[in-house]
Design a protein around this ligand. Structure first.
Ligand code: 4AD
Ligand code: MG
Length: 441
């Protein structure tokens, strides 16, 4: 049925607009920037998929259209109609000869968009995180994060792992009692989960290979560039697995994720000005280093690390700088690690655990271990750590009904994204970061 009206030009996304070269199209987006040069206007539009520069020549367009565009304010939402033209020098390789523009919402002149192209301080940007996300850089980080998460899921799904979500409200601690968020749970107290691991162990006994992937919480008082109070962690767990299996899985996962981001997110890494040469060197196998060797290396490099203490951020940096790939440090003293770790049969004062340290000073991205599978030993450790017996009774039960050697690890998504994007601080790698000083917006 024809209305007699000319058909509306098709609505298209800026990314892929090249397929419509020479045609009239509509785009839906926001005014990103506007430049005026005599009788010419150069509005730049963004639509979430890309940027395109529009062109209006005063004598070629109706005066009221020219005026509408000339007075357009930054981040006003618009529907733009125009003809696509290849232009090698333009962002994205195309320009739009604007023939019409409809303003959907005009940002008022007296209350302009707060984030201008000039430099802003980090506190100001964090306070406006809900708007800051629109910047090219932040949008690129969001897309890399998306790719990392998708790659992680694909990796485990293709490798025979079954996703089993862990609860967020939990009756007990997993990673030490000093950084728990306590919440009222009706008549009881509950805690926001620090890790889904204990539940993943139960699921592994059901399906063999499992993973959980969700938000985890730590009341971290530390104000470092690597710590958030709410972060996302993926945690695989395998029945009938030892520390070597855990390390092999960890290195395969990381190599897979790096490769995926390099192949699918090259454009985003370019926006971020990330030097990709170091990332290209991330190939299997990754070096393995015992804790003993790590202490020696740190000290030889000028660090003050004492045998028997955990590696600090500086120690991790001193160590990871010595390798062009992530390095896996294994067999830490059991005393600095979690209660559930299996002791080394040769030297029981050591835990069968591993931390993976990313290169370029990004520090620990993975922590994992083989778990205690012996009933008495686990009960003893729970008592030594003064953990509430009742809250852990179900976890102990797993050692009563067909206990088997098993293990797994946790990988923090934000730390991986920070490393791959080459951003200094993890606060830029999650849409709305939570830190000791920030729960807004
Ligand atoms: O080393 P973590 O504490 O290990 C666990 O939670 C184990 N239960 C995991 C397991 O074996 N299933 O944490 C694992 C990873 C760290 O290597 C780091 O990447 C990330 O989680 N992480 C944090 N990321 C951001 N902010 C924090 N406060 C983090 N704490 C840990
Ligand atoms: Mg750790």
């Amino acid at each position: 049925m024809s209305s007699g009206q000319p058909a509306m030009p098709p609505a298209v996304a800026i990314h892929g607009i090249g397929a419509h070269s020479g045609q009239s199209v509509r785009i839906h987006g926001w005014l990103y920037n506007l430049r005026e040069s005599g009788k010419l206007l150069f509005p730049i539009f963004r639509d979430g998929t890309g940027l395109i520069q529009g062109v209006l020549f005063k004598k070629n367009v109706p005066p009221e259209l020219f005026e509408r565009v000339r007075t357009l304010t930054q981040e006003s939402s618009v529907e733009v109609t125009g003809t696509v033209r290849a232009e090698a020098r333009a962002v994205g390789g195309y320009e739009l000869d604007v023939t019409d523009l409809r303003v959907l919402q005009a940002v008022p002149l007296e209350h302009p968009y707060p984030i201008t192209p000039k430099e802003h301080g980090i506190e100001f940007l964090m306070e406006h995180r809900h708007l800051w996300l629109r910047s090219q850089r932040q949008a690129a980080i969001l897309r890399v994060r998306h790719e990392v998460i998708k790659a992680v899921r694909d990796f485990f799904d293709e490798d025979g792992f079954t996703l089993a979500d862990a609860p967020i409200l939990t009756p007990a601690a997993c990673e030490g009692t000093s950084n728990l968020f306590e919440v009222d749970y009706f008549e009881e107290k509950a805690y926001l989960t620090q890790s889904g691991q204990l539940y993943a162990e139960a699921a592994a006994m059901a399906v063999g290979k499992t993973y959980c992937f969700g938000p985890t919480f730590r009341a971290e008082k530390s104000k470092t560039r690597r710590h958030l109070t709410e972060f996302w962690m993926v945690e695989p767990e395998m029945a009938f697995a030892g520390l070597d299996d855990v390390m092999q899985l960890a290195e395969r996962l990381v190599a897979y994720v790096v490769e995926r981001v390099l192949t699918r997110r090259a454009a985003e890494l370019k926006v971020l000005e990330r030097d990709i040469e170091p990332l290209r060197k991330i190939k299997l196998p990754f070096p393995r280093l015992s804790y003993d060797e790590a202490v020696e290396r740190v000290r030889a490099a000028g660090g003050t690390l004492q045998w028997g203490t955990d590696l600090g951020g500086t120690d991790e940096t001193l160590l990871s700088q010595q390798f062009d790939r992530p390095v896996m440090v294994h067999r830490y003293p059991a005393s600095v690690k979690a209660f559930y770790m299996q002791p080394d049969p040769v030297r029981p004062e050591l835990a069968l655990c591993v931390d993976m340290l990313a290169p370029e000073g990004y520090g620990e991205i993975i922590g994992g271990s083989q778990r205690i599978h012996d009933l008495e030993l686990l009960q003893q450790r729970i008592a030594e750590h003064k953990l509430p017996e009742q809250a852990f009774s179900w976890y102990v039960d797993l050692r009563r009904f067909g206990s088997v050697p098993h293990g797994g690890f946790g990988m923090g998504i934000e730390r991986v994204v920070a490393w791959l994007c080459g951003v200094e601080h993890v606060r830029e790698t999650i849409p709305f970061p939570r830190t000791i000083y920030r729960i807004f917006p």
